[in-house]
Ligand binder design. Structure first.
Ligand SMILES: Cc1cc2nc3c(=O)[nH]c(=O)nc-3n(C[C@H](O)[C@H](O)[C@H](O)COP(=O)(O)O)c2cc1C
Length: 304
């Protein structure tokens, strides 16, 4: 049985299904050729780097460091701007798998402008980045009212599936997810990176020039599982899980918390073979445990 998102609108004859394993936003740059490598490696969909209203250089370096099994980044939403992105979008779409366009705007007017231009590129869906912890937009999904306003404004112009990516840094992530659902999001993507810091003990100052960054990778996996578990019982729309998945066992756990589809980010940097490893491991597990379809385990941990 295929699980499909509600209110699906086919774009360019490619219909996005909220299932499988996707490349998370911001990983492997924004080029069509890097996306193609991921597609060939078995990803079911790719999410682009977040694209904003105008070209953006991002933060000064250092922007990346490793810490406690994870990756700390303060890239700062480097991107070419929506007007420059249509060529890359065309390249990516020609691969034949769904391309989800991730967008952001610091104000509602900016977001609506980017969303309008994004829709004209006919992506399979639009993912709203409301949650980057080292840029001004990180504030949006800390607050249910702002979340509602941004998602609602994008909903008005987006006639394709709309995904709201939210932050674990909110004190009540369920209230944020519910605001996104009320505003018309077709799915919630949880989670973006966790606000974090590393200090160089010899330099006696933060390693990142931006001081604060977003932590990703295995060290945030249990945080993502908790967020998804809490959201699952409170929302009717599907949850796309992301955060620290690096094995098929992690994927099973995240499905059991409530994720219908899963995005993989930092683990892809260790090798793009991760998509096949996850898919094969999940299939073997389902068969061994007597399940016929992944839908039987989505949210199962909250049903007991
Ligand atoms: C270097 C880097 C850049 C990222 N850029 C973006 C971005 O542009 N937009 C976004 O929504 N998330 C971005 N993320 C967050 C990831 O999409 C993902 O939500 C997060 O890393 C958690 O998943 P992971 O642990 O599997 O990497 C970025 C993450 C990293 C490590």
């Amino acid at each position: 049985m295929l699980i499909t998102a509600p209110q699906l609108v086919p774009q360019d004859e490619i219909t996005l299904k909220i299932e499988g394993y996707w490349l998370a936003s911001g990983i492997l740059g924004v080029t069509g050729s890097s996306m193609r490598r991921v597609i060939n490696a078995g990803a079911d969909a790719v999410v682009t780097k977040s694209i904003g209203p105008r070209p953006r250089k991002g933060n000064p370096g250092p922007i990346l460091t490793a810490s406690h099994g994870g990756l700390l980044n303060a890239v700062g939403l480097t991107n070419p701007g929506i007007d420059q992105f249509s060529e890359e979008m065309e390249l990516m779409k020609s691969s034949g798998i769904p391309v989800v366009l991730s967008i952001f705007g610091s104000t509602i007017d900016e977001l609506v402008d980017v969303a309008r231009k994004g829709v004209s590129m006919a992506p399979a869906a639009i993912e709203l980045n409301l949650s980057c912890p080292h840029a001004e937009i990180g504030q949006i999904s800390l607050d249910p009212c702002l979340t509602y306003d941004f998602v609602h404004a994008a909903r008005e112009v987006a006639d394709c599936p709309l995904l709201a990516k939210i932050t674990p840094n909110a004190s009540d992530i369920v209230a944020i997810g519910q605001a996104a659902e009320r505003a018309g999001a077709d799915a919630v993507v949880a989670i973006n990176t966790v606000r974090a810091m590393k200090i160089d003990i010899y330099q006696r100052r933060p390693v990142l020039a931006n001081k604060v960054g977003g932590l990703s990778g295995p060290s945030i996996f249990p945080i993502a599982v908790r967020c998804i578990y809490d959201l699952y019982s409170a929302l009717s729309i599907p949850i796309i899980g992301v955060g620290g998945v690096s094995s098929w066992e992690d994927a099973i756990e995240m499905h059991m918390a409530g994720a219908r589809a899963i995005e993989v980010g930092t683990a892809v940097l260790q090798g793009i073979g991760i998509f096949r490893q996850i898919k094969e491991g999940v299939q073997v597990y389902l068969k061994e445990q007597g399940f016929t379809d992944i839908s039987e385990i989505v949210g199962i941990a909250g049903r007991t």
